[in-house]
Design a protein around this ligand. Structure first.
Ligand code: HEM
Length: 509
């Protein structure tokens, strides 16, 4: 081979190599500049599912120490992202709220509600209409004011019943749950129903609901491995299908009983319409913008009954537990009550704004024991960037407020019960979700719409329990503040306490 024949070959080679080099350097797909978050490895197919521990909020907090404030884990084929810093949560619920306002309902929720209630319906016009209806028609301040008569009646019943139980053990959570359920049922019915029917429906509701709430809180393998969904390995779907008809029957009887009395029934709220009546009338207005059908009425009722009872009863149980554990706190609450309410009087809702220390005790309890520690998970409707990481569309996003509420970078002595921290700076901490260090009711478009009602239900009852009674633990019992994770985070060991009357009032005799 002579020199002339080598040149074209070499030239061709150089050109080819140059083209490859050019494409390699400049045209190769760019490395993802925003990687998906780091996270623990799991097993093939199952991901991290086999390693989940019962107290998910504790485990998620521990993992954040290793992987940072935004990390991922695969649960089966579902990519989950856990976020646990105030600045990143702000990016989710404020800066990119419309992307993250979707939900990811578990199979059990779909079976129970059909996914058409406010909690589980996807972000969009339907959800907006349902939520607006709920907030505007039912939770307006005039409606809340008018329904005080029912809350007060139930609180009086509680007091009378506790006087008869003086000196004996009371399961606080169970007792308060029954009370809050009655409050809700009476608000729905405007107090027109036969008390016996309320009692019957109430006790059946209690039984079905506690099972439902447990079911909703259980991680379900079928949610994470859709290929296994048809086998329903844990039997969760089967159990939800078994319970759903009983729940629907109870809602049906709630509605039909109200319809019977709608013509003749006189509300105790000075002729004001009760909640169920408002909903039933909207059902009749077929052409109106807000007209709804029976399935929507039942979905809203489900949210009110489930959202309004377990959460409020649970936080009261936690407050009572903290107050009993900290006698100096109990002393200060009772001093304040004596000063504001007076030893001859019973608590009224009008006293509440003046009970600043009780407010601080409640807020501190919400900080340490938020009833919904991971909020209700979100599902982004498109990929987005949070904290420099790509959060892929349709993953499940957990916002770990439990860990933020105990973050030493945010709170001094974070694990100690110190209500005074909320006295100094009370204006900075409300429940509306604008302070990203403190989010017991969530934040953004999906923030809890029941805050005002919850506050009224909790504060009045709590103040009454502490004003009229002294409480102590049964002999030999030690206070145990262990938590049990679920859709609502309850006290692991139910609080049993013994009431003794501090003050006697003739009206409760
Ligand atoms: C102590 C009492 C309560 C607590 C701690 C609480 C907490 C929460 C939380 C954390 C969320 C999720 C927020 C988010 O994803 O950002 C939520 C949603 C919701 N809550 Fe509450 N809640 C309470 C009482 C109530 C009451 C009394 C009602 C109604 C009667 C209610 C109805 C709802 C509804 C309908 C939603 C779904 C909102 C939506 O997805 O648009 N809650 N709640």
């Amino acid at each position: 081979m002579d020199g002339y024949s080598v040149v074209p070959i070499l030239t061709a080679l150089i050109i080819t190599v140059s083209i490859f080099w050019y494409f390699w350097i400049y045209k190769k797909p760019k490395k993802e500049t925003h990687p998906i978050p780091p996270g623990p490895r799991g097993l093939p197919i199952l991901g991290y599912l086999p390693f989940l521990q019962p107290n998910l909020h504790h485990q998620f907090t521990e993992l954040a120490k290793k992987y940072g404030p935004v990390y991922k884990l695969w649960l089966g084929s579902k990519l989950c992202v856990v976020i646990s810093s105030p600045s990143l949560i702000k990016q989710v619920v404020r800066d990119q709220d419309t992307i993250f306002a979707n939900r990811d309902p578990p199979i059990s929720a779909i079976v129970l509600t059909g996914g058409i209630d406010i909690v589980w319906s996807p972000y969009g016009q339907y959800w907006r209409d349902m939520r607006k209806l709920f907030v505007r028609e039912m939770l307006s301040s005039s409606n809340l004011e008018a329904s005080y008569v029912h809350r007060r009646e139930e609180v009086e019943k509680v007091v009378k019943s506790l006087y008869t139980k003086a000196g004996s053990s009371v399961d606080i959570g169970e007792f308060i749950f029954a009370t809050e359920l009655n409050v809700i049922l009476n608000m729905l019915w405007g107090g027109t129903a036969d008390k016996k029917i309320i009692e019957r429906i109430g006790s059946e509701f209690r039984e079905v609901m506690s099972k439902l709430v447990d079911l909703l809180g259980k991680p379900n393998v079928s949610d994470f491995l859709p290929v296994l969904a048809k086998f329903d390995v844990q039997g969760i779907e089967k159990e939800a299908k078994r319970l759903a008809p009983s729940f629907h029957e109870l809602l049906d009887s709630l509605i039909s009983e109200r319809m019977k009395t709608i013509e003749t029934g006189h509300s105790k709220d000075g002729g004001r319409k009760d909640y169920l009546q408002i909903l039933l009338e909207l059902k009749e207005q077929q052409d109106s913008e807000t007209s709804i059908g029976l399935p929507q009425i039942k979905a809203i009722l489900m949210d009110i009954v489930t959202g309004g009872t377990d959460t409020t009863a649970t936080i009261i149980e936690w407050v009572m537990a903290e107050v009993l554990k900290n006698p100096h706190v109990k002393g200060r609450v009772q001093e304040e009550l004596a000063e504001v309410v007076g030893l001859e009087n019973t608590v009224e809702e009008s006293h509440i704004p003046k009970l600043h220390y009780l407010d601080a005790v409640l807020k501190e309890t919400f900080r340490l024991h938020p009833p919904i520690p991971l909020l209700v998970p979100r599902r982004p409707n498109r990929s987005s960037i949070i904290g420099g990481h790509t959060i892929p569309k349709d993953c499940r996003v957990f916002l770990n407020i439990w860990s933020i509420h105990r973050d030493p970078l945010v709170w001094e002595n974070p694990c100690e019960f110190i209500p005074d921290r909320f006295l100094k700076d009370s204006g900075n901490f409300d429940f509306t979700g604008t302070n990203f260090h403190y989010l017991p009711f969530g934040s953004g478009r999906r923030v809890c719409p029941g805050i005002l009602l919850a506050e009224r239900m909790v504060r009045h009852l709590l103040a009454t329990l502490l004003h009229l009674f002294d409480w102590k633990l049964p002999e030999g019992e030690k206070m145990d503040l262990s938590e049990e994770f679920g859709i609502v985070m309850r006290k692991k060991k139910p609080l049993i306490a013994i009431p003794s009357p501090r003050l006697r009032h003739s009206k409760f005799a």
